[in-house]
Design a protein around this ligand. Structure first.
Ligand code: NAP
Ligand code: MG
Length: 402
């Protein structure tokens, strides 16, 4: 078979630990033998970030703006222990946070569904994608411990000096108080990212908040979503045969559990934090959770939802066998290659991504899987394979369909 050619490079962001090992194996075994892989390579491994004072992360994010599509390996977000372990100049920020700030995106998380791995919720037969607004609310709050009786107000001073005072509470004794905010701009780009993604996936979009109780704050979210839908997306949604649907958050939770899946659930920041972990766990394994950051301008960054699988990496360093699941990292690659193919009109690339995903799902359906999946799989005959064997088993099945 002749190798598939690419015109425009993918922005490739390498990472750390076990996922860095998997990254190379995926390229060597499953991509480069079949594609003349064209990437612009950025090493976001912690050593390189330290060496470049994290400029490499900023450069990578700007490259995604230039080329439109990136694929990222999991990276270490340094804490005090890592500063010591890697002898870092500084406790560098989370690369994902840096990239998100530059692209201004929304994160969509979708589980990879396998027939023989049943979700804990019996009715879920299709994936549920959680779209989380990643700005503001309780994550950028100002809070205060009230020690005793007294009065708390919210005070807004406009740029021209007018003062508006809103009473919060007259405390008779000790308690707590919090102020939080969000921005129309941020909510608007969140809404557009969700509407665009729903069109892309041809799936319904659900959004929920608590506007009956929060008549100004949450209501603003509801109004922004509604206005943007009516003015910019209604016709496109109708043409695609999909729906936008708003409800209260408590009603949404009940409907999600009773649903069969197959939709995108847009969540405010806190709801998204909680619900994405709930949905991921209910579907099975973190190693089967894909993640894509979509910017309002339509730039895409694909990655696995899990981290660098540190514990397995230390085993690997000691020369011990590992059974690390590469599915989410592999799907980051196929997602990025498919998107590149769609944008550049390279059908062979889209079809290759489809076949590689199908081959990897078939591998697990046929009973060949990594250790953590074997616990969840309902198949009777299972073969537990190590990290590399799993990729070679996928390769075998890929070659059959190419
Ligand atoms: P993690 O790497 O996601 O791993 C947590 C545990 O989940 C693992 O120890 C393993 O359980 C299981 N697991 C995760 N992915 C797996 C896979 N592909 N195959 C099999 N098992 C898997 O999270 P962490 O250990 O908390 O964090 C490690 C590093 O990753 C940290 O430095 C953190 O900063 C970074 N991180 C990066 C990202 C990102 O780049 N997006 C996201 C999260 C965390 P067992 O050990 O029980 O086998
Ligand atoms: Mg969380």
């Amino acid at each position: 078979m002749e190798k598939i050619k690419m015109n425009v490079p993918l922005v490739e962001m390498d990472g750390d630990e076990m996922t860095r090992i998997i990254w190379k194996m995926i390229k060597d075994q499953l991509l480069e033998p079949y594609i003349e892989l064209k990437t612009e390579y950025y090493d976001l491994g912690l050593e390189k970030r330290d060496e470049t004072d994290d400029q490499i992360t900023i450069d990578a994010a700007n490259a995604i703006k230039k080329y439109g599509v990136g694929v990222k390996c999991a990276t270490i977000t340094p804490n005090a222990a890592r500063v010591k372990e890697y002898n870092l100049k500084k406790m560098w920020k989370s690369p994902n946070g840096t990239i998100r700030a530059i692209l201004d995106g929304t994160v969509f998380r979708t589980p990879i569904i396998i027939d023989s791995i049943k979700p804990f919720v019996k009715t879920w037969t299709k994936p549920i994608t959680v779209a989380r607004h990643a700005y503001g609310d309780v994550y950028k709050n100002a809070e205060y411990r009230v020690e005793g009786p007294g009065k708390v107000d919210l005070v807004y001073t406009s740029a021209s000096g007018e003062v508006t005072t809103i009473p919060v509470h007259e405390f008779k004794g000790p308690g707590v108080v919090m102020g939080m905010h969000n921005l129309d701009d941020s909510i608007e780009s969140f809404a557009r990212a969700c509407f665009n993604y729903a069109l892309d996936m041809k799936q319904d979009l659900w959004f929920a908040s608590k506007d009956t109780i929060s008549k100004i704050y949450d209501h603003r979210f509801k109004d922004i979503f509604n206005d943007i839908y009516e003015n910019e997306y209604k016709d496109k949604f109708e043409a695609a045969g999909i729906e936008y649907f708003y409800t209260l958050i408590d009603d949404a939770v009940a409907r999600v559990v009773k649903s069969e899946g197959g939709f995108i659930w847009a969540c405010k920041n806190y709801d998204g934090d909680v619900m994405s972990d709930l949905v991921a766990t209910a579907f099975g394994s973190l190693a089967m959770m894909t993640s894509v950051l979509v910017s309002p301008e339509g730039f895409y960054e694909y990655e696995a939802a899990h981290g660098t699988v540190q514990r397995h990496y230390y085993q690997h360093l000691k020369g011990q066998q590992t059974s690390t699941n590469s599915m989410a990292t592999l799907f980051a690659w196929t997602g990025a290659l498919r998107k590149r193919g769609e944008i550049d009109g390279i059908d062979a690339l889209v079809s290759f991504a489809d076949k590689l995903e199908a081959a990897s799902i078939r591998t697990i359906e046929e009973g060949v899987m990594t250790k953590e999946l074997a616990v969840l799989s309902q198949l009777e005959n299972k073969t537990i394979v190590n990290t590399e064997e799993f990729l070679l088993e996928i390769k075998k099945r890929l070659e059959e369909v190419l």
